[in-house]
Design a protein around this ligand. Sequence first.
Ligand SMILES: [Zn+2]
Length: 145
Amino acid sequence: MSQAKPVVNVSRVLHLYVEEGKGIRQVAAEVEAGWKQVQRLLKRHGVLRPGGRYAPSSYSAKLYRQAAAKKLGRVLRRGELVHHIDGDHANMTEKNLFVTNRSGHQLLHRQLERMALRLVRNGLIQWQDDSYTFSSEMERQLKHV
Ligand SMILES: [Zn+2]
């Protein structure tokens, strides 16, 4: 009998580590994965430097901070961070980047969570077998996008 390897949400790991600046162990705890698994994932995505030093600002973070700075017309200040509106860290188009601070950022993510829970209450996201899935109605909607 084989047991499925736990699925780690890559974009969430990148988000917590790169955008929120959390440590590997903290990220691992939040996504319920082992820290070595998180470390491997960060290396695979070029976030950790080859030497394995925990880079507080990774190469990709540098890229989108630069893109956000270009949008604002000034360098980002300490404490400012970049939120990816569509959640896709590879999408560095200016309209996908929003500069905020840590508390503003938390508010945005709480807002998204509240909205997701509203979809749950309205049956568009369903709880099934210990996890969430989109309802068939929602899947149809998503295919049109
Ligand atoms: Zn964000």
